[in-house]
Design a protein around this ligand. Structure first.
Ligand SMILES: [Zn+2]
Length: 216
């Protein structure tokens, strides 16, 4: 057993490992944008695009206990800010709902399902922004690797880590506003049923993503 635990402790982050990290994410000004904090470490399947590419590259090769500052430019994070992702819709498109600047929602666009933010309301015209809220930003991650283990075959098949209790057990859903009642809220779905909801736009933030739960 001693040999085993030694092996586990020295396993390096590589493709097909499940990695747990604690992190604090800051912008260029040093403002904290997000942190694992009380949510506990974020677990993800390395090499499966669970997290943004720049962070994944930064964690590669580390072992449990390692700490690192990882600088992620926009092109390896949430992309450059694009004016093309702005669109105007009439106020009437919201029906009975009252839109407010800063409100976010999922909508089908010609680029697929995206999270849209209400950027401006000008009379009867509403400007929607399809850029990720972190688009165009350089991201500063302070990370600590908490654990590294080999992925289980079912995790590799699903493309995401499973916690104790099966697919998407407690604790993994981080920052999503929509985590309640959304993905993986059902009890019985360990195989097949769970995690069938696609959340492509949301997948990459912290493995669980804004609005998703890392289970697409
Ligand atoms: Zn799963």
């Amino acid at each position: 057993m001693a040999v085993n635990s030694t092996l586990l402790n020295t396993m390096r982050v590589a493709k097909e490992t499940v990695v747990a990290i604690e992190y604090t994410l800051k912008d260029d000004q040093g403002n904290i944008i997000d942190a694992s904090g009380e949510r506990g470490p974020m677990e993800y399947l390395h090499g499966a695009q669970n997290i943004i590419p720049g962070l994944e590259q930064g964690v590669e090769g580390l072992v449990a206990g390692d700490t690192k500052n990882v600088l992620v430019p926009p092109q390896l994070g949430y992309g450059e800010y694009s004016e093309k992702l702005l669109q105007l819709v009439p106020l009437t498109a919201f029906g009975a709902n009252t839109p407010q600047v800063g409100m976010r929602f999922h909508a089908e666009t010609n680029l697929g399902m995206r999270v849209l933010t209400i950027k401006k309301i000008d009379g009867e015209e509403v400007t929607l922004d399809g850029n990720h809220e972190l688009a165009g930003k350089t991201l500063h991650f302070d990370i600590k690797v908490v654990s590294v283990r080999a992925a289980e075959p079912t995790e590799l098949a699903h493309g995401h880590p499973h916690q104790s209790g099966g697919c998407c057990g407690g604790g993994g859903c981080g920052s999503g506003e929509s985590s309640e009642g959304g993905c993986c809220s059902t009890e019985e779905g360990s195989e097949g049923g769970c995690c069938s909801t696609e959340e492509p736009a949301a997948q990459k933030q912290g493995g669980c993503g804004s609005g998703g739960c890392g289970c697409s």
